[in-house]
Design a protein around this ligand. Sequence first.
Ligand SMILES: Nc1ncnc2c1ncn2[C@@H]1O[C@H](COP(=O)(O)OP(=O)(O)O)[C@@H](O)[C@H]1O
Ligand SMILES: [Mg+2]
Length: 232
Amino acid sequence: MDLKSPETLVCLKGVRKTFPLPGGSPLVAVDDVSLTVDAGTAVALTGPSGSGKSTLLHLIGAIEKSDEGDIDVAGQRVTGLSGRALAAYRRRIGFVFQRFHLLPTLTALDNVMAPLIPFRTDFDKAARARELLAMVGLADRAAALPSRMSGGQQQRVAIARALVNQPVLLLADEPTGNLDSHTGGAIVDLLLNLRDEHGTTLIMATHDATIAARCDRAVHMRDGQLTTEAIS
Ligand SMILES: Nc1ncnc2c1ncn2[C@@H]1O[C@H](COP(=O)(O)OP(=O)(O)O)[C@@H](O)[C@H]1O
Ligand SMILES: [Mg+2]
């Protein structure tokens, strides 16, 4: 048994995000959210459409800026970062989306490599990408274009791409939302396997109660607020 106390990887305190509305009071998308996530755990973020799940993921990944509150990830204060430090932070976060967002004219291998292209690395980029494609079970599809792949395969490529910079945190926004339940289940198997084998920390927005129940924890959002926190 591991008796070490868990390490907090993500800590949110009083985080708030509003969007201006034309001619009215602003819309509060994330309202005073406080949350901690331990390293190496998989957390499901559930809640109805419009409850603020995507916005919260964007704030944690610093795709959007919060209006108030503090976000710390891996010991770094994310709120307030700008310029190069912000760009460097974003590269340490892996993002997986519902609609895969692969580049249609690039092969699977080139899609996985794409985030590395602007940078000098001390390892072989293609070799890293091949390794990741093998890890997601697509070693034999490296040369395929996204249009020739099933939805489940495309999401596997997107997951491999999200891992290419060895992120400290993986954020997944309804990663099974465009897949049938069988294929979606296999994608969740893959994500939870990354946690088991590599200690990847995962925060995953999902509508699906079955998927949420498979995570270590589920937190529920409603109208921008965290409501109950169920430990499964
Ligand atoms: N860029 C934006 N501009 C204006 N309103 C937004 C924007 N993004 C999200 N919202 C609003 O914020 C609320 C939360 O949205 P979102 O985070 O996408 O919820 P969820 O992912 O749970 O469906 C919704 O009311 C949505 O319309
Ligand atoms: Mg959403």
